[in-house]
Design a protein around this ligand. Sequence first.
Ligand code: ZN
Length: 206
Amino acid sequence: MRHGNGQIRAPRLLDAPPQSPHLDLSPLRAYLLSMAIRPILTVPNPILKQVSEPVDKVTDETRALMDDMLETMYAAPGIGLAAVQVGVPINVIVMDLARDGEAPQAQYFVNPEILEDVEDVQPYDEGCLSVPDVFDTVERAERVKITYLDYDGKRVTEWAEGLYAVCIQHEMDHLKGIVFIDYLSRLKRDRAVKKVMKAEKLKATG
Ligand code: ZN
């Protein structure tokens, strides 16, 4: 997810850095070098419609994916990213809601579930890294009680509210194959997809 102020126009970095072919690296160094910015899928890529699978256990492999996702999200820049957006349809989300100038506050969610929500809704001008440069208002529950496994595989259950509530609901929709433009009118949705396809085509042809 992106902040919905429509002001973010930084270029998106889509290419992973070249993997180092050098030998004699310690396993840790090799691991760090393998952290990479992954390409973000954009609409109408059918993978974004897939329902993600639960994760059995939080392993080093899961953490390596979450590290990559965070790098990818920061580079975009965005405030939330679901694994399916980098083509891995499993129930994993990363998020950082820190404001400009604040220290990073990375959050990791494995197998998140919503246990309760309040009926009150809040409208928010949403954006999505899979629908670049499109922003529109979506109404979501003001507060949601969520449970998930964190980076270390530890169970966390808490209430999310404000931007946290908006973002976790947006990202959890991705795990169900739902993108925020699915809530808009068909006209607006078609227009958004066309805009993204045109931009991607321009980028591909340089
Ligand atoms: Zn999104």
